[in-house]
Design a protein around this ligand. Structure first.
Ligand SMILES: Cc1cc2nc3c(=O)[nH]c(=O)nc-3n(C[C@H](O)[C@H](O)[C@H](O)COP(=O)(O)O)c2cc1C
Length: 370
């Protein structure tokens, strides 16, 4: 029997575990080619278009929206529909859905396909009460039959690949993902991402990637390893020991796109203050365009700490930014603190089309409900 490229790679890694893994090697999720082995994680309250487009520039091969409520889509909630805006320069893009009703999830997935996403991802990992009490997110790890029905219904409804993101299980020590994963693949999932913490753990303890390795051995679709990947060395170790196709990075990328470049290339260049200020100003501009001044002001507050921390700027400076009443003032203050950022910002803006130019409007029929 001829080995698939996936099997060949697994065999090569088994015999040369010390070999450096090239994260710039493309891989496939069904027909979708992913240009690097780094996936930028879905993060609620973080993964806006500005974050995703920046992630692509710094080496993420696949980006993902934050989880989007299928009930919100069903009710044509305006804010929910806003999460479905796709920019032309962020492909390949996955839009993640959460919900518990197979039919509603399938309808929402049709919408995800219609707005131009390349992949529909399904959340079976969110540990937050507000989500699990509706039977969605991590709750589905305890309801495998329903989980499979959801995936089956979505696979029927769309032509794009359907992927699933899981935690290991609900309770500490659970191995539910290892039973459910193969069944989800049988139901049509084209790839699985495992964050091997229990829902109960939330973000405490460490991600146990020995489970990721087990999952890889049980399924014949690509597995993505999520959890505690923050450096090139860690990414190499996780890929080598699990056989996963790619690593996913979440918290490590908050206010730190440079970490993505380091993880992909092993290029550990520390950004200058000017580079940090320029990226943050661009991010602020893009977030305002996307969310409007009022929503963006609140949304951006956490990003100031993330960008300016890590010894990049004095603590008081972040406090100062938090007191300012408009994002224009934030921008002026940042550029005053690092005047060299102006030139970098001009270059960045020349290289990167503004979001307004690249964002595809949602088809009218979607707003109309047709
Ligand atoms: C603020 C925040 C929001 C998150 N939101 C989502 C989400 O919407 N969907 C999802 O599947 N995972 C979500 N996650 C989980 C991450 O995608 C990821 O699996 C987890 O943080 C472990 O990766 P890390 O160690 O690189 O942070 C979120 C994590 C954080 C920190």
């Amino acid at each position: 029997m001829v080995a698939t490229p996936f099997e060949e790679r697994q065999t090569a890694r088994q015999y040369h575990p010390e070999a450096v893994i090239d994260l710039r090697e493309p891989w496939q999720i069904g027909p979708v080619e992913v240009p690097t082995r780094l996936v930028l994680a879905p993060m609620a309250g973080v993964s806006v278009q500005a974050f995703r487009r920046q992630g692509r520039r710094y080496g993420a091969g696949l980006v993902c929206s934050e989880m989007v409520s299928c009930a919100g889509i069903e009710h044509r909630n305006e804010r929910t529909l806003g999460y479905l805006r796709v920019a032309s320069d962020e492909h390949p893009l996955a839009i993640q859905l959460f919900g518990s009703e197979p039919r509603t999830m399938a309808d929402a997935a049709r919408m995800v396909e219609a707005v131009g996403a390349d992949i529909v991802d399904v959340n079976f990992g969110c540990p937050v009460k507000k989500v699990t009490k509706t039977g969605a997110g991590a709750h589905l790890l305890d309801d495998p039959d329903r989980a499979c029905r959801i995936i089956g219904a979505i696979v029927e409804a769309v032509d794009i690949p359907v992927t699933v993101k899981l935690r290991r299980g609900v309770e500490n020590g659970s191995r539910a993902a290892l039973e459910l994963g193969p069944r989800l693949v049988e139901s049509g999932a084209a790839s699985l991402t495992l964050h091997p913490r229990s829902a109960r753990q939330m973000y405490t303890g460490t991600a146990d990637h020995s489970l990721t390795a087990e999952l890889v051995s049980l399924v014949d679709v690509p597995v993505v390893a999520s959890g505690d990947v923050t450096s090139y060395t860690r990414a190499q170790a996780v890929l080598a020991t699990t056989g996963a196709e790619a690593v996913m990075v979440a918290r490590g990328a908050q206010g730190n796109p440079w970490a993505l470049r380091e993880i992909v290339d092993g290029d550990g260049v520390v950004p200058s203050r000017e580079e940090v200020a320029a990226e943050l100003v661009l991010f602020v501009r893009e977030a305002v365009r996307e969310l409007g001044e009022r929503r963006a002001s609140g949304f951006l507050k956490k990003f100031y700490g993330w960008y300016l921390g890590r010894g990049r700027f004095p603590k008081e400076f972040k406090q100062e930014l938090l007191q300012l009443s408009s994002t224009d003032e934030v921008e002026r203050r940042l550029l005053a603190a690092a005047p060299g950022a102006i030139e970098i910002l001009e270059l960045l803006e020349a290289e990167t089309p503004s979001g307004a130019e690249v964002t595809l409007e949602l088809p009218i029929s979607i707003y109309g409900g047709g």
